[in-house]
Design a protein around this ligand. Structure first.
Ligand code: ZN
Length: 585
């Protein structure tokens, strides 16, 4: 870039494009509070958050130390950089061109999508058939405009000509990268979307990054999306997230038509994956913006299977997840048409927690009125619970263990004591992560984690290497339980600490715990340093998971005061990011 004064309108444009929540969020754990975000100020030392970010005003402000300003100011201060440097960095990031027309590839890709979106939108006005189709799906003029729906004409080069007219010559390779065109074996390029209703897909900055197209006839494929491009990673984008993210609860549906019809009926907070299954990236995205999720897939077999697959993805998440099976094979739109919005609202509000959804699904697939299928249902659920390590329950949203036992005992007409013995036998000892959602942290689970922690700490005493690995992995705030905390004290100050010495010095409870460890040969003296590190990492993830669950549970207490809630939510985000970092390392 040429040196020199950067015009004010370029700076304004950058500030317009950049997401201050994202910029600040890279350094500060932020949590949503109404229309703004709060966190612990990075510029002064504080325990309760007085640092605020307003996405609407595009500024941050600390009411503790007084620092405030826009995204540029934030980066200058925090990263200790000069104004021109920060502006250049943000210009690159947002695709704002500081001098001349942006011929960089990314800049062009955005521009191509902008041109295409306008073109499709305009063409909709000329297609009676496409308008008719959208109306037949219950979409009002207002919704069509709000979502910038469009129509790709039945032509091989309609969009190509428009691009030529609006932008001029664009390298064929760039056009192909945009996903807006396809090419034949001879390398000739042509419009990818033809004779389809078009749904633009936006990123979180409301920029168009891809399109989905649906046929008006019975042609195949029914839905066609942009391929993955430098702007669009299917596995990491959710349709409508840019609008839904202002809520705390989100409905996850199968496709964009569901999103639109839900929005038409008073649910602006629905999102859908785009032609892929549900990925871990999707879960992380949802975790970033929401506390609760309701899966609302089609009420047919495929929908149920998709729900179960999606639920699996939530195993490690901190979200409260519930799932709904619509009756009679209906999809959300059919349901709305037949029973209306208030009926759906009731269903959504009473949607079962994930674990209950799973049980119901098994009982539905294996009817209980037949001996053979009843046995299959029994065995399937028994195996499921035997392998399950904890059951999730958050506040009023979940089912606790007695409730589950009661539910299963009623379903199978078997005594509760038998269910407890056959289903939940393992349940006390072996507890790790559990499918989904709403797992209740029991004291047993905590005891199991603490016992494991003690084991790891005893090993840490064996040599300097093990000890330093231990302290690299764990900090004081990971150490849960009074025994573990006491042992940590020994470990911290004893260079030559050993089990015998500890057994001598420890308090009664810790003595007991340590002796049962050595009594049960729990201390594997030959463990290699590498195995030890792996074991510590796994344990740490479980500890964070358990901390997260207890925070989530605390948060579900309606009597919580605002300040406590803020504090817990900040803590929750911190733990989530620490855990996610571990999971991805
Ligand atoms: Zn401050």
């Amino acid at each position: 870039m040429r040196q020199g004064r950067i015009p004010q309108e370029k700076i304004d444009e950058i500030l317009e494009m950049v997401d201050i929540v994202e910029i600040v969020g890279a350094h500060v754990v932020l949590k949503k509070a109404g229309g703004s975000y709060t966190g612990l100020c990075p510029f002064h030392d504080e325990k309760t958050p007085s640092f605020h970010v307003s996405p609407q005003k595009r500024i941050f402000k600390c009411f503790g130390c007084g620092v405030g300003g826009n995204a540029i100011r934030f980066k200058m201060r925090l990263e200790n950089k000069g104004f021109p440097q920060v502006v250049r960095e943000l210009a690159d990031r947002t695709g704002v061109v500081l001098d001349g027309l942006d011929r960089t590839e990314i800049g062009l890709l955005y521009k191509l999508h902008e041109v295409a979106a306008r073109f499709f939108e305009r063409k909709l006005a000329h297609s009676e058939e496409a308008q008719q189709y959208l109306k037949s799906r219950g979409l009002s003029e207002r919704m069509i405009k709000a979502y910038n729906l469009g129509y790709a004409p039945d032509s091989w080069d309609g969009l190509l000509n428009e691009i030529k007219k609006e932008i001029g010559f664009v390298e064929p390779e760039v056009l192909e990268k945009s996903g807006l065109v396809s090419s034949n074996e001879r390398g000739k390029i042509y419009d990818r979307f033809r004779d389809r209703v078009i749904f633009p897909i936006h990123d979180l900055h409301q920029r168009v990054i891809a399109f989905g197209g649906r046929v008006l006839t019975d042609a195949k494929p029914k839905y066609l999306n942009s391929p993955d491009t430098p702007l669009f990673d299917k596995g990491a984008v959710l349709y409508n997230l840019e609008r839904a993210k202002v809520s705390k609860e989100v409905l996850v549906v199968e496709g964009y038509m569901d999103v639109l019809s839900l929005n038409s009926n008073g649910y602006p907070n629905a999102v859908a994956p785009l032609g892929t299954g549900f990925t871990h990236n999707h879960v992380s995205l949802l975790e970033k913006y929401f506390e609760k999720v309701v899966l609302l897939f089609d009420g047919d077999e495929a929908g149920s299977r998709a729900t179960l697959r999606a639920l699996e993805r939530f195993i490690d998440s901190s979200l409260v997840v519930r799932a709904l099976r619509l009756p009679d094979g209906l999809d959300p739109q059919d349901y709305l048409e037949q029973f209306g919005a208030s009926s759906l609202r009731e269903l959504v509000e009473n949607a079962p927690v994930a674990i209950r959804f799973f049980c119901d699904d098994v009982l539905r697939r294996y009817p209980l009125d037949e001996r053979r299928t009843k046995k299959q249902a029994y065995v399937t659920l028994r195996d499921f619970f035997q392998n399950l390590n904890q059951v999730l329950l958050v506040g009023d949203d979940g089912m606790n263990e007695p409730e589950l036992i009661h539910y299963l005992s009623t379903a199978f007409a078997v005594e509760e004591s038998i269910i407890r013995k056959e289903f939940f036998l393992n349940y006390q000892g072996n507890r790790a992560a559990l499918p989904g959602v709403g797992v209740l942290k029991s004291s047993n689970e905590m005891d199991a984690l603490e016992a494991k922690l003690l084991e790891v700490m005893v090993l840490a005493a064996r040599s300097k290497d093990y000890r330093s690995e231990f302290f690299q992995c764990f900090s004081r705030h990971h150490i849960q339980g009074s025994c573990a905390k006491e042992l940590l004290g020994f470990l911290e100050d004893g260079e030559e600490a050993n089990l015998d010495q500890w057994l001598h010095d420890a308090g009664e409870e810790l003595q007991e715990a340590l002796s049962s460890l050595s009594w049960g040969d729990k201390i594997e003296q030959n463990k290699s340093l590498d195995d030890y590190k792996v074991e510590m990492k796994e344990l740490k993830i479980k500890i964070l998971q358990s901390v997260l669950l207890s925070i989530t549970k605390d948060l579900s207490n309606p009597a919580l005061e605002a300040e406590q809630r803020n504090h817990l939510e900040v803590e929750r985000m911190r733990v989530i990011s620490e855990r996610n970092e571990l999971l991805s390392s």
